[in-house]
Design a protein around this ligand. Sequence first.
Ligand SMILES: [Fe+2]
Length: 220
Amino acid sequence: MTLSSEIPQQLVSKCSRWSKELERLSDDESRVELIKHELPDLLRDKPFFAEIFEGIKKGDPYPDVRTATMFDNELMLFADHRRHFSVRLFLWGPGEFVPIHDHNSWGVFGCVAGKIEVLKYKREDDGPREGYARLTETQRFKLRPGETDFTLPLNQGIHQIGNPGEETSVSLSIYGRPIKRPYINGFDIYKRQIYRIFSPKTKKKKLAMEVLKNFNRDTQ
Ligand SMILES: [Fe+2]
């Protein structure tokens, strides 16, 4: 478990200010605008990130590398206790990309080191067919350190990001309060398929609940 005293004080101060400012805003567009304005300064703070990377290298309790999140290259740096937002770090090996996916909240992300490639998609079908989704690519660009982009919930924010370079890269994401959905959608653009991606914790819980139904019946 991460103790709040282990989180760098400058991140705690920044996040407590963001929390108060986000609370006053009533729509996702203004929240995205606020964080887009704030994030570049943090992205360019090399001493701050060097300390984080040293902590990971040494196996310090912060940041927590043990708790599994949605993607295995993701580390939680800060979770607002009022759930207005969370701050997550992503480490990318050369050529590594996450699958095309949607989001359960607004998000602003940016590049800390190396290059981050962003591919954005539009969903062309209106979703009546189970497991089917037709996407077209609408944008493709690369972020350099200090540059940002944003995403929005569900079909408004379908994208893929990763590392197009030959050196390890790093990105930082701020995600807003999530809608109540225990998964995100993954998309296979070629097979025109949509599938659910669960966090390891949710996946294990779901599978245990499913096996219990038959397990109890079979042993009666
Ligand atoms: Fe994403």
